[in-house]
Design a protein. Structure first.
Length: 638
């Protein structure tokens, strides 16, 4: 059985995207270091890749990157880091380094909690506020499928008319009434399930029992989802309190505690408290809902701005979920306008990434372009999380760009009084929308605005990265060295052939080599003026050396006498002195000839591709061992 140095668990409230993005980020970070890792995912379909006890026993450390309840008692005695799923996505390298190398990472003890040597590590092992958020999201993750199922079935019943479930109406239809009834049952379970699974995350099975009862009281007394949240924490901590109060009872009475004492006393205590809290909670819930309803008419622009910013702020995170939960609560009360704005604001960001890629393909890698195209599909089905990698790439500029587009989509939706009776599904539920074409138009407009802003930011960032990423002038060495990024747009075989490769070149200095390359370019008919090319080579070296490391240099020249982009390769008979990163002499030269009319986009792609190849040790070794022109050409072509 394989031994894993690190085991990790990822999970997000919806279990749709964050879970698997964090999984991939951690696996990639471990792969770069040659570290074996197994990631257990807690997605919407349940737990996948579950750990065996043997895998847990043999692991050196555990990383929990989750915003939902993960059973950590099984990791007793293991060094453990407990953070949000967002950190798993954005900081995988730091988490891997910390669990492997930081001796202050606490050892988790299921009975007494993690023991920490510093406040920072105490936070890593699971801060109080992070735990509260995990408990809340455990309730949300179990509630969402019910809301979606109930909301869509209820919405479908309206195909026969808005009053088709009412036996007294002329629109009445038996099938519609059945769908409406079933959907209503599912929607009515929203508050009890939310409450129960918040309590379950805190107080385990006893908390679940108390939470269902407390949640039913909250629902019956009209406290809404606010009451469900409060009731969940109340029931959970009552379960924890009872466990502590009866801890001294003999172990032989454990069965009596779990079946009789805890349920009876717990339901009595939490139920009574919730009953009396229901009065102020009901007033608070009704006041908030009335305020939001009034804003739909009096301040649609302000409401759309708030909703748009919230939905795009963290894309499936707690701020986004707050807007979504409010929408579902209003939906359950028959208000279909608020959810229309929320859905529009959630759909716009992933669509925006697709438009951004279309607007400025050269600013994105092949992997990013593929993700952008896929986001057209994800966005159309109301899955916002596909936009997260684009937001994370430059959050200070990209997040506001997403917010602008989401706000525009929501504002236009509210101003035109569009209603969406389903809480999810995106464009799949268009037949249920009162103004479907107009709604799609507003979303597309918002996405186009965001996409345009993103493309400008990406273009500037790409230009900055390629020009200033390393001290080698325009040579690019960046972190995105995936082989997938070497797309057809910067295919090196377009500018390289066997005639462009010279072997056993005899020169004694850098300048003599540059003169050789200038003459070589004239011989190959790439230039009409080798002296001009030679001067451009020297001018480029005067700006900063194009010597890299491992005996390789990448000189390049741009001149009006150059008639087309070309790549020249020279393997030297003896190494020559050249200013390089590692202060080693150069014996392999890869040169680029650039026409004067090239604005930078083409040759920078070729330079970028070459630099990425040279980051791979196996490629450099193969290049150095290649004996023939054909071998060298095949290396760059493949």
């Amino acid at each position: 059985m394989a031994k894993y140095q690190i085991i990790a668990a990822t999970g997000c409230p919806t279990g749709i995207a964050h879970t698997y993005m964090a999984q991939e980020a951690l696996e990639e970070a471990a792969k770069k270091r040659g570290i074996s890792i197994k990631v257990e995912t807690h997605g919407q379909s349940g737990v996948e890749h579950a750990f065996t006890q043997n895998e847990i026993d043999q692991a050196d450390g555990v990383i929990i990157a989750a915003d939902k309840d993960v059973d950590i008692d099984r990791f007793d005695g293991k060094r453990l880091i407990n953070v949000s799923v967002t950190k798993g996505m954005k900081e995988p390298d730091q988490l891997i380094d910390k669990i492997l190398n930081d001796k202050n990472v606490p050892v988790y003890h299921s009975a007494g909690g993690a023991k920490s040597n510093s406040s920072e590590e105490a936070e890593l092992s699971g801060s109080f506020w992070h735990k509260l958020y995990v408990y809340l999201m455990n309730g949300v993750s179990h509630m969402l499928p019910l809301v979606v199922a109930g909301g869509v079935l209820t919405a479908v019943s309206f195909f026969w008319g808005i009053n088709s479930a009412d036996p007294k109406s002329a629109e009445y239809n038996a099938i519609a009434a059945l769908l409406n009834t079933i959907g209503g049952f599912a929607m009515n379970l929203m508050v009890p399930v939310l409450c129960a699974y918040i309590a379950e995350a805190i107080g385990k099975r006893t908390g679940l029992v108390l939470g269902f009862v407390t949640g039913m009281i909250a629902y019956t007394n009209g406290t809404g989802f606010l009451g469900g949240i409060l009731g969940g924490f109340l029931a959970g901590y009552v379960a924890v309190l009872l466990a502590k109060l009866f801890k001294s009872l003999p172990k032989s009475l454990d069965g009596l505690k779990s079946i009789f004492i805890f349920p009876v006393l717990g339901v009595l205590i939490s139920g009574t408290i919730m009953w009396y809290l229901s009065v102020p909670m009901k007033d608070l819930n009704q006041g908030m809902m009335s305020f939001l309803k009034s804003m739909e008419n009096s301040s649609p622009i302000l409401l759309g701005l708030i909703v748009g910013i919230m939905c795009a702020a963290d894309m499936g995170g707690p701020i986004n979920k707050a807007a979504y939960l409010t929408g579902t609560a209003l939906l359950a009360q028959g208000n279909y306008y608020f959810m229309a704005g929320v859905s529009a604001a959630c759909i716009a960001p992933p669509l925006a990434t697709g438009f951004a890629v279309l607007f400025n393909k050269k600013a994105y890698t092949a992997k990013e372009r593929s993700a952008g195209y896929v986001n057209f599909l994800l966005g159309s089905t109301h899955i916002t999380e596909g936009a997260i990698p684009f937001a994370a790439k430059n959050p200070l500029l990209n997040l506001p760009s997403f917010m602008v587009g989401s706000a525009i989509a929501a504002i236009l939706t509210y101003m035109t009084r569009i209603s969406v009776p389903a809480p999810h599904g995106g464009f799949i539920v268009l037949p249920l929308v009162n103004k479907p074409l107009l709604w799609v138009l507003w979303i597309v407009i918002g996405a186009l605005v965001s996409g345009f802003l993103l493309s400008i930011i990406a273009g500037r960032q790409s230009k900055h990265d390629t020009v200033a990423a390393t001290p080698v002038g325009n040579v690019v060495v960046n972190d995105n060295s995936d082989d997938e990024e070497l797309s057809n747009e910067n295919d090196l075989s377009e500018i390289l052939n066997e005639d462009n490769i010279a072997l056993d070149v005899k020169v004694s200095s850098r300048d003599e080599l540059l003169q050789y390359l200038a003459n070589f370019s004239k011989k190959l008919n790439y230039t009409t003026d080798p002296d001009a090319v030679y001067k451009k080579y020297l001018a480029r070296e005067a700006e900063s050396s194009t010597g890299m490391e491992k005996g390789i240099a990448i000189p390049h020249a741009q001149d009006k006498s150059i008639q087309g982009s070309a790549m020249l390769i020279a393997k030297l008979a003896k190494p020559i002195e050249w200013k390089t990163f590692d202060n080693q002499p150069v014996d392999i030269v890869i040169s680029f000839l650039i026409p004067d009319e090239d604005n930078g986009s083409n040759h920078l792609e070729y330079l970028s591709s070459t630099s990425k190849l040279l980051m791979h040790e196996d490629f450099v070794e193969s290049l150095r061992n290649a004996k023939t022109k054909a071998e060298i050409l095949n290396l760059f072509k493949n």
